[in-house]
Write a new protein. Structure first.
Length: 206
């Protein structure tokens, strides 16, 4: 669990998300805690990622500032709930939802309907995909959720492939370092052998 200043950041983000249903921006965190630099807040958030904070990696139709600044504790808000439960969620009307309907709606949502599904790699939830503001303006339904869940499986497969590639790349790099170390050791041994042979030759002629 985070300590000291990072803990204060964590507690504020958690409380804000629970109250509003969406995460605060960097300037809101900085303003509430009296931190002058948003860069400092960003460093705190990066340090907290490993301790259960969701961040937006990619988005369409979302302001870039919100994309880079928004954070959500696992277990808090809609995305946080899906990340913790590992189950897809369909909300036809947020205002009528018994779990999340009491929270203030994010002003960037044009409709009350949204979907959220987990991204899983090897059975572990590694992220969440959200969809809102359906183009037709109507509510999402089970068919939409089924399509979205299928798409999330494709994305998860891509993530798994990327992770495997990174592991293989790391293994190749490690093997290259090991080979270079062995080559240096072999060269040193060959040098020592030649030196010993030279000394032996001198001893034989004397």
């Amino acid at each position: 669990m985070p300590t000291d200043r990072p803990r204060q950041v964590y507690d504020f983000v958690r409380a804000y998300t629970a109250r509003h249903g969406y995460a605060p921006k960097l300037r809101e965190i900085a303003g509430h805690l009296g931190i002058r630099s948003r860069g400092v807040v960003h460093r705190y958030l990066r340090a907290l990622e490993a301790e259960g904070l969701l961040r937006i990696v990619h988005a369409k139709g979302l302001d870039s500032k919100i994309q880079h600044q928004a954070v959500c504790p696992v277990g808090e808000g809609i995305a946080g709930w899906v990340a913790q439960a590992g189950e897809p969620l369909l909300i036809r009307d947020l205002a009528q939802d018994p779990t999340f309907g009491k929270r203030e709606r994010n002003p960037r949502y044009r409709t009350n309907s949204l979907m959220s599904v987990p991204l899983k790699v090897n059975g572990k939830t590694v992220g969440v995909m959200n969809a809102n503001n359906k183009v037709a303006g109507e509510a999402f339904d089970e068919y939409d959720l089924a399509l979205f869940t299928t798409f999330s499986c494709i994305v998860s497969l891509g993530l798994a492939t990327a992770q495997l590639f990174e592991q293989l790349a790391a293994s190749v790099d490690e093997l290259a370092v090991t080979n270079a170390r062995l080559a240096r050791t072999n060269a040193e041994l060959e040098t020592r052998v030649r030196e010993l042979q030279a000394l032996k030759g001198k001893g034989s002629t004397s």
